[in-house]
Design a protein around this ligand. Structure first.
Ligand code: MN
Ligand code: ZN
Length: 496
């Protein structure tokens, strides 16, 4: 199972064993904690090593003679004036990666001359827990050089003067942790384990947190006329599902915020089949739906004061005697017809019906969809920004700001009539592929035809939801990208 982290906040502790973590701000005297290092050995070690406490730099010191710890780790925070909120997550992440293999950690958070509040303490703990995540439940034996016990729990005590505030902030931060872990787990799960039905069952589990969850079967979707979504799934032996998760934490009359996720549990490309190399990564083609369920988990777990709805379009795209063909024309729930040019451009077909359904049924205040939609967005932006497409400048500004706060960064891409024309079809109202050029944009134009006037944003997370480079708080293949971003958006812009 993914490693467990147990966080405790305390005003003081009687230190014994394990690793002691001490923080230091650049240009200040080391805030050595006498309890951790009665003889001040670490201060001498830091001087000798010319440790200057640059941001996220560390100094490892083995067992000072009279220290109650086996090891001390000094963690630099850099310039006091430059420390952002996100830096506390990073600092926690670095600390966790440096103490990997230990089971007992004591962190002394108060670093003169810094005032460390409850929120910073909770963020530090969140960074540690996110960094300690690993998905190894399918390995029956650990590697030779890894001496870490398989089912270890990392026990972290964070010593801070702001204990009460820290505990309060941690209840929210822990909800965020659980949501990100849920999203990561789902993306990392192998596709034989996680089909549309199994994914929908995971959504159903959110009822335990007070969310209302409804699962639409193939028959119900047929009745609603979801020909675009159903066409994608018709080559698979595993039937599609549509999960509808509602969290009602706001006033009954408030229109909900809506989040829609592409959940293609495996994408072979269908009859327009993908090359073999790297196809295993297509188990992550449900990264958008994973982020939406993760977000809904967070909102329900921290009892967010908003109404929100999460919709997951869950299908498998397989080649088969019954699979849809290039040249097929399908009718979407909106009534608009779509000529299939490339069966590998399936995500937009799933979203077309999911977005339309969401808009018609819930009349949301705004609608954000997440999808591992195009390889073209990776050509444009790589793995460090997700593509943002929107019909609303206001919603875009809010999202971009949340991206900077959480370091889940977005970059706005254009929409326009010229691009929209590219997906006009000779035989139907539109075609599902406009070719290589502007591939990420024409995909977004396609979605836009299913959202009417509702303020809407499409996040193309193909480069960020899976296989993105490791950073301080994530070493997992499935990153959980989007959960912290959207939780922050909801918190800062729509709650209270
Ligand atoms: Mn595809
Ligand atoms: Zn896909």
């Amino acid at each position: 199972m993914p490693s467990k982290v147990e966080i405790t906040f305390a005003k003081s502790v009687r230190p014994a064993g394990g690793v002691g973590v001490l923080l230091q701000v650049a240009g200040s005297q080391p805030a050595w904690v006498t309890a951790a290092d009665p003889d001040g050995v670490s201060a001498r070690a830091a001087r000798t090593a010319k440790f200057t406490a640059k941001a996220l730099s560390t100094l490892d010191i083995l067992a000072p003679t009279n220290s109650p710890f086996e090891r001390l780790l000094v963690l630099g925070l850099g310039d006091k004036a430059k420390i952002t909120r996100h830096d506390w997550l990073k600092a926690g992440g670095v600390a966790a990666s440096k103490v990997k293999g230990s089971e007992k950690i004591t962190v002394y958070l108060d670093a003169e001359p810094l005032e460390v509040g409850g929120r910073e303490a909770a963020d530090f703990a969140l960074g540690m827990a996110l960094s300690a995540y690993s998905f190894d439940q399918y390995k029956t034996k650990k590697s030779d050089d890894d001496t870490t016990p398989r089912d270890r729990t990392l026990r972290v005590t964070i010593v801070t003067s702001a204990v009460i505030a820290a505990k309060k902030a941690w209840t929210d931060a822990e909800a965020v942790l659980d949501g990100v872990v849920l999203a990561r787990n789902l993306v990392n799960e192998p596709p034989n384990v996680l089909g549309p039905v199994e994914f929908a069952a995971r959504a159903k589990e959110l009822e335990a947190l007070g969310a209302e969850v409804e699962i639409l079967t193939e028959r119900e979707m047929k009745k609603l006329g979801m020909g675009a979504l159903l066409g994608v799934g018709q080559g698979s032996a595993r039937p599609p599902r549509l999960a509808v998760i509602e969290w009602k934490g706001g006033k009954p009359k408030d229109k909900p915020l809506a989040f829609v996720g592409k959940g293609v549990v495996f994408d072979t490309g269908g009859i327009s089949i993908k090359p073999a190399g790297g196809m295993e990564d297509m188990k992550g083609d449900m990264g958008g739906a994973a982020a939406v369920i993760g977000l809904m988990h967070v909102l329900a777990a921290r009892k967010a004061k908003v109404n929100a709805v999460g919709i997951l379009g869950l299908v498998e795209n397989m080649p088969d005697g019954n699979a849809q063909r290039p040249g097929d024309i399908v009718t979407s729930m909106s009534g608009q017809t779509i000529e299939i040019i490339n069966t590998d451009a399936e995500g937009r077909l799933v979203l077309a019906d999911a977005l339309w359904y969401c808009n018609e049924r819930f009349k949301p205040k705004m609608m954000i969809n997440l999808a591992t939609l195009t390889g073209a967005i990776m050509v444009a932006l790589g793995s460090n920004h997700a593509g943002l497409f929107s019909n609303s400048d206001e919603l875009s500004e809010k999202l971009l700001a949340a991206g900077l706060r959480t370091n889940e960064k977005l970059w706005r891409m254009p929409l326009g009539r010229e691009y929209d024309k590219i997906i006009d079809s000779k035989f139907a109202d539109m075609k599902n592929s406009g070719g290589r050029y502007a591939g990420a944009i024409t995909a977004a134009q396609f979605l836009k035809r299913f959202v009417k006037e509702t303020p809407w944003a499409h996040l193309d997370v193909a480069g960020t939801a899976m296989g993105s480079p490791s950073d301080e708080i994530n070493t997992s293949w499935g990153s959980g990208f989007g959960v912290r971003l959207l939780d922050d958006l909801v918190r800062e812009e729509y709650e209270g």
